[in-house]
Each structure stands twice: as structure tokens, then as C-alpha cells.
Design a protein around this ligand. Structure first.
Ligand code: ZN
Length: 126
């Protein structure tokens, strides 16, 4: 049967997702910058002694700083970003297992109440 998750469980899951999303964003920013340096380097290489590794060596602190900033920004804005990208909110009525997308109507035909699925979990009845 469907039961409501503990509040602490919901907070913990939300936090995990927040950190994961921020990490992905930071990683993408990091890779993007690495690729960008390579292209920049290719477009104006001057001397033969100028190696791409030198370029990376000097740019890495900046790239790490930018990635860190991206992480913090995504982390701070996560609730807003989530609302922006995730319009659908799947709901379930634990009384009759009926599901639907959130339409503002919380009461179910069976007399039960709809909850967001992410706040519910399935447990075997004993
Ligand atoms: Zn119901």
C-alpha cells in the first residue's frame, strides 16, 4: 500500500537531487570550458613552444572557480529551476491507487486525498 514518506526522508531526497543537479551543471560547465580552451588554442596558436598543456595549466584555476560558481548558483536556484522545467506533478490517491497529474483538485472520488507521488512510497502490507 502507499504510505506517506517521513518529512526527513523527503528533505533528504530533495537535498540529494539538489546536489546531484548542481554537480552535473558544474561538470558540464567544466567540460565546456575545457573544450573552449582547445578551440581557442587551435584558432590562434602562436609559437611552437606554446603547448596546450601550458594553456590548461594556467586556465584550470579559473575553470574550477567558474564551475564552483555554477554549482553554487544552481544549488541556490534549484527550487526555481525545478518549477521551471517540471510542470507536471504526478499525484496518487493512496486509498484507491488512482493516479493523475496535479490539477489543483486534491480530493478523490473515493473520498481519499491525492498526494504527490514523490512524497509517497510503496510498502508491502503484512
Ligand atoms: Zn481515491
Amino acid at each position: 500500500m502507499w504510505v506517506k514518506k517521513e518529512f526527513t526522508e523527503i528533505v533528504k531526497e530533495e537535498n540529494k537531487k539538489k546536489i546531484r543537479t548542481s554537480l552535473y551543471a558544474a561538470l558540464i560547465s567544466f567540460l565546456y570550458n575545457i573544450v573552449e580552451i582547445k578551440f581557442e588554442y587551435n584558432s590562434h596558436t602562436s609559437g611552437p613552444s606554446n603547448t596546450i598543456w601550458n594553456e590548461y595549466f594556467y586556465q584550470i584555476p579559473k575553470i574550477l572557480l567558474i564551475s564552483g560558481l555554477v554549482f553554487m548558483i544552481v544549488y541556490a536556484l534549484y527550487p526555481n529551476l525545478k518549477n521551471l522545467f517540471q510542470r507536471r506533478k504526478p499525484m496518487i490517491c493512496p486509498e484507491c491507487d488512482k493516479t493523475k497529474d496535479d490539477d489543483g483538485q486534491l480530493s478523490c472520488e473515493c473520498g481519499g486525498v491525492f498526494y504527490e507521488i514523490k512524497n509517497m512510497k510503496w510498502v508491502e502490507e503484512d
